[in-house]
Ligand binder design. Structure first.
Ligand code: KIV
Length: 316
């Protein structure tokens, strides 16, 4: 039996290939995706990793931060993305509350992403303090991605979304976090919101590939949020976000044009309408040219009579 992944042409990215990328100094690209169409676009563009990030809380579900999104909501989106991803490595973000409370629940929830969602790897936030949990999840045969620095699920503890590792003790803590997760066996390490210099040191120190977001160019790979690069997020965007397209402008123009066409009777045109078969049309035209008396000869109508009061009554 052939075991070509998913039976599709192309190069399937695995956790092993991530390490090879690092060894060969080949940058790794990663984008978030939250639904089938985005997943197809990202995967077919050859992006190596697709992350169903808990950022979908804000980008897709309109929550204020990532804390509210639930396991079921995340799973719903992971399943949709799974159906669109063939070659990229599919990462599911474990939402707040799904791994912080009880390690057994954490493993069970991680397994749901694999079993029900088809994810190949799960991501959890936090450094040293998560090393033991990372081992437990890996022991359950589930690869783990680490995530340190600015970890959005700790927004209330950090007192906002703040750059991390700005002073020497902060740098030291980040190095310890990275080292602990590397030793625990993470398949990659997301570095978010840390100075370039710090990301560069960590990238050189750990064996696992680092994937930066707001962490400068020296990481082994880069991740951005799909909606950010397309200008589909509303409001302020961070300094590290680069816009590669203005999809919001395209969508707005298309929606406004549709509305205007409807209002001015320009949509739909005759070409955009369905038509009767020729013979039916000819019969209809002759009927319309020579209108039958009401109710008399339209074969399709049930035979009905009008009684002496002008009421319609069923035929005998
Ligand atoms: O949820 C997310 O989108 C993320 C990244 C951007 C790293 O965690």
């Amino acid at each position: 039996m052939s075991v070509t992944a998913f039976g599709h042409a192309g190069h399937k990215i695995t956790t092993a290939s991530l390490r090879e990328h690092k060894l060969r100094h080949e940058p790794i690209s990663c984008l978030t995706a939250y639904d089938y169409s985005a997943a197809r676009i990202v995967d077919e563009a050859g992006v190596e990793m697709v992350l169903v990030g808990d950022s979908l809380a804000q980008t897709v579900l309109g929550y204020e931060n990532t804390l509210s999104v639930t396991m079921d909501e995340m799973l719903h989106h992971v399943k949709a993305v799974r159906r669109g991803v063939k070659n990229a490595l599919l990462i599911a973000d474990m939402p707040y509350g799904s791994y912080q409370v009880d390690p057994k629940d954490a493993v069970r929830n991680a397994a749901r992403f694999v079993k029900e969602g088809g994810a190949e790897i799960v991501k959890i936030e936090g450094g040293e303090k998560r090393a033991e949990l990372v081992r437990r999840i890996i022991n359950a045969e589930i690869p783990v991605a680490g995530h340190i620095g600015l970890t959005p699920q700790s927004v209330n503890v950090m007192g906002g979304y703040k750059l991390q590792g700005k002073d020497l003790s902060g740098i030291e803590q980040l190095r310890r976090d990275a080292d602990a997760l590397d030793r625990a066996g993470v398949s990659c390490l997301f570095l978010e919101g840390v100075p370039r210099e710090v990301a560069s040191i960590i990238t050189a120190e750990v064996g696992t590939p680092t994937i930066g977001i707001g962490a400068g160019p020296d990481c082994d790979g880069q991740v951005l949020v799909f909606h950010d690069i397309l200008n589909l997020t509303f409001g302020h965007s961070a300094k590290f976000v680069r816009r590669y397209g203005d999809v919001a402008a395209l969508m707005t123009a298309a929606v406004q044009a549709f509305r205007a066409d409807v209002k001015s009777h320009q949509y739909p045109s005759d070409e955009e309408s369905y038509h009767l078969p020729k013979e039916t049309k000819a019969s209809l035209d002759s009927l319309l040219a020579n209108p039958p008396t009401r109710y008399s000869s339209w074969q399709v109508l049930p035979t009905r009579k009008v009684n002496g009061n002008g009421d319609h009554v069923a035929a005998d």
